[in-house]
Design a protein around this ligand. Structure first.
Ligand code: EPU
Length: 344
């Protein structure tokens, strides 16, 4: 007998923002950590293949999932403390990211405004260290709590433990999200009381200037970033997609310099370690794939980095386009693009 929070043969189409059709053998709707501990100690369930599912906004389902999918729906958000420097805000893994950011701003706790409108859930945010417009979520995380599904134990990870990098964390590097080793249950954010605007990103500064916001406050920055995102990034509810489909490649200074000589308009972002991050969207556009379709999928006309499902796509279509775009960029620029979403 399955516990009542676990269903079998579940349609995953509405649970991934690319809207790829697939089914899960079992799906657990996790609303509190005791359910995770129950699974960890269950003689049969504990042995099954697992996957931790957040908002499904960074996922390519390549087929049906044989095993137990843990759909993280743990609710709750509250200020759990403050000191002279910061507020500490806790949120359950199942909270919708955008709704959570909006709520913190309404409460008068700024600091997450640059990450407004990112699809997905609170629990998934640290896994790939979501980032946008000059801020990465890891910079605002104090610690998080995760259940070790091998033992059922609640484990605390400080921000330093999480080893955050560009679209990267310990959880992602170890493959824990794919293997279902740890399920992040709750994230505690540290929002500094001395708020400082992050408006260094050219597009954000330009958007603010257009509205005459010489003295930007958190609400104005959130509005500016929401406006930029709405212009460039398709709403998954209207046009299924998973955000940036490739990571921005980080290449050697030599390769970046050679490419810049041949292509002076190539956007380049020098990194602390001397390497240079390139704009994948620019590379894809120059390789001829912006706004171009292959079967029912395509690279979005406003932002070439976003792969969209124009209706009825399967994972084969996505994989075919992934290959075509990677080959085109490699042939033209000698740069290997790495997909951002998890292929499951
Ligand atoms: N560009 C083009 N053509 C395109 C797209 C971009 O030439 O079709 C150029 C732009 O003109 C710009 C540069 O590439 O000079 C960078 O573009 P943009 O500012 O749109 O940002 P991005 O590097 O394409 C990254 C993140 C986004 C995030 C934005 C803003 C990654 C993989 N993507 O995109 O994150 O919102 O910066 O910070 O790092 C996501 O991860 O899902 C995501 C949407």
């Amino acid at each position: 007998m399955l516990p009542d929070f676990i269903a079998s043969d579940v349609d995953l189409t509405p649970r991934n923002t690319l809207a790829l059709p697939a089914r899960a053998e079992f799906l657990a709707n996790i609303t509190h950590i005791e359910q995770l501990q129950h699974i960890a100690r269950h003689p049969d369930l504990a042995k099954r293949r697992r996957f931790v599912l957040g908002g499904g906004s960074n996922l390519v389902l390549t087929g049906d999932f044989a095993g137990l999918m843990l759909a993280m729906a743990i609710p709750g958000k509250a200020c759990i403390g403050e000191d002279a420097q910061a507020w500490y805000i806790a949120a359950g893994a199942g909270e919708n990211w955008h709704a959570f950011v909006t709520w913190t701003l309404a409460q008068g706790w700024p600091g997450l405004e640059n990450l407004i409108l990112i699809p997905g859930s609170v629990g998934a945010a640290p896994v790939q260290n979501i980032g946008a417009y000059g801020l990465e979520v890891g910079e605002r995380i104090d610690h998080l709590e995760a259940i070790d599904l091998d033992t059922g134990r609640l484990t605390r990870f400080t921000a330093a433990d999480c080893g955050f990098g560009y679209r990267d964390s310990l959880f992602k590097r170890e493959g824990w999200h794919v293997q279902g080793r740890y399920a992040i249950a709750r994230v505690v954010f540290r929002l500094p009381k001395r708020w400082q605007p992050r408006t260094g990103y050219g597009e954000v500064a330009a958007e603010l200037a257009q509205h005459g916001s010489g003295d930007p406050n958190p609400t104005r920055i959130a509005a500016a970033i929401a406006a930029i995102r709405r212009r460039k990034l398709p709403d998954p509810a209207q046009l299924p997609n998973s955000g940036s489909f490739f990571q921005n490649p980080v290449v050697s200074a030599e390769l970046a310099a050679a490419l810049a000589t041949a292509h002076p308009s190539l956007p380049r972002y020098p990194q602390a370690d001397g390497r240079v991050k390139l704009a994948a969207g620019w590379l894809i556009e120059q390789a001829g794939w912006k706004g171009r379709n292959l079967g029912p999928v395509g690279m979005y006309e406003q932002q070439a980095l976003v792969l969209v499902n124009r209706g009825g796509a399967t994972s084969r279509d996505v994989q075919r386009l992934t290959r075509a775009v990677r080959e085109a960029v490699l042939a033209r620029f000698g740069v290997n693009l790495v997909p951002e979403p998890v292929f499951l």
